[in-house]
Structures are given as structure tokens and as C-alpha cells.
Write a protein of this length. Structure first.
Length: 132
């Protein structure tokens, strides 16, 4: 798992989000400047990111998990799980403060990481969740 800390990596991550816009009903970052302004983590294969996730500050919790995306050809290999576990590790949470939230159309996936629903899902099926 690699932090996205350079312009080149941020541009590659933004390109992945632009390539797979249909993978989420939620707004995904498509600008490298937005990615560089926050905390992004990625898994790379063959010189390109194949799994990414970001953390951004929000008012309702210290950090919001955004943009978890695994390229379809690399799904079912545990990459999304590895990224989620990484951002929940003591060292990362200690650095970013405890407490995460996210909004998802797949709440069942995130319950395995200890996220729990916070309020009702929207009419479009987006569920807000919090951890711990």
C-alpha cells in the first residue's frame, strides 16, 4: 500500500476514477489537485493504481473515507479489504485522529470492518456509516 504523495501518482489515481465513473453513485475525485490535498492510499500493479481509497476531513467526524475503488480485473483478491484495514490501523488512525465516516451504496461490505449505519439511507440508496 502506497501513499499518493506525488503529482504523477495523483494524476494516475485521478485517471482511474475518470475511467470507472459508473462504479459508484457517489462523487469520486477526478482532479489530481484534490487528491494531493488529502490523504490517499493505493495499490499498484504493472505501473498503474489498481485499488485506491482516500481520507478527507469533514465536520461530522475527524475523517471521511472516500473513493474506495478496485479496478474490476483486480477484484476478489482482497485489495479493497487491505486498503480499509490499512486506514483503520493504529498508526494511521493515530496520525489522523480516531473516527471515520463514509457514505456508500454497499453498506454490507463495510460492516465487516466495524462500520455501522448512522441514520437512514437516502432515497438513492446511499447509507451514511461511522467507525468506531
Amino acid at each position: 500500500i502506497v501513499p499518493v504523495e506525488t503529482v504523477e501518482r495523483a494524476e494516475a489515481v485521478a485517471a482511474i476514477y475518470r475511467r470507472y465513473p459508473e462504479r459508484s453513485k457517489l462523487l469520486l475525485p477526478r482532479a489530481s489537485s484534490f487528491i494531493l490535498a488529502h490523504w490517499w492510499y493505493s495499490v499498484w500493479a504493472g505501473g498503474v493504481p489498481v485499488a485506491v481509497v482516500g481520507l478527507i476531513p469533514v465536520r461530522s467526524a475527524p475523517w471521511k473515507v472516500v473513493g474506495l475503488l478496485v479496478v474490476p480485473a483486480h477484484r476478489n483478491h482482497g485489495l479493497g479489504s487491505r486498503l480499509m484495514e490499512h486506514i483503520q490501523t493504529a498508526s494511521v488512525i493515530q496520525h489522523h485522529e480516531a473516527g471515520l465516516e463514509l457514505a456508500t451504496v454497499s453498506p454490507t461490505y463495510f460492516t465487516r470492518f466495524g462500520f455501522r449505519p448512522s441514520g437512514l439511507a437516502t432515497k438513492t440508496g446511499i447509507q451514511r456509516m461511522v467507525w468506531p
